[in-house]
Design a protein. Sequence first.
Length: 268
Amino acid sequence: MVSFPNAKINLGLNITSKRIDGYHNIASCFYPIPWHDILEIIPSEKLKFTNSGISIPGNIEDNLCLKAFHLLKKEYDIPNVHIHLHKIIPIGAGLGGGSSDAAFTLKTLNKKFKLRIDNQHLEYYAAQLGSDCPFFIKNSPILATETGTTFSPVSVELSKKFLIVMKPDIHISTAEAYVGVTPKPLKPTVKDIIENSPITKWRDLLHNDFEDSIFPNHPEIESIKKELYKKGASFASMTGSGSAVYGIFEEAINTKTFNNSMLYSAYL
């Protein structure tokens, strides 16, 4: 069975406070985009994971797809499988690719073996794999708060807009992203801005707080955001805590005018 885990972008990312457990509370709108990995799961005598495409660092046993399998195996009598992941979504970009792969593994196993797990319980399992993972179960725009796993409805419509995502060859660790960030609630809130202000006003209102700490250290990333605005983007921003920057345009533009080795574009 083949599925296509997709990426997401953050429309605004406000770090509202630091928690006593050391984590941070955030407010952000998660929005799915049609940039996909390819995930295939087939029956196998032995549990096996293979991958192609973009190289995946680290120990294979720590891969979230395998962890998703083991999570369901604890409670459901599912047979061994061969999981093959063709990686296309860049890693460490703030696009949620690894989280999506994990969530789609849960969804694909659920469908393939007719486990009949509802979305609420799939989100429960996904939350054990990573903070972004539950979003990809329903895979529709939501407002994420607290540590990014508390979801509430948000009204946002970007269909027929043209999206460009640019990923420089820069890796941003979570620790680096949080250095220099001062948590503070945003007024008006992310939800207020997205629902009550036209996208042409977002540039002055909607902000990814990680840009405050990342742009001074990596001016190349900031220059991408400036270039997107120069080319006519209605809104441009870094997404998540990674190095990818996206621009939302009213209509398609010629992407060959951009000087970037990793660029994705599509209509939303």
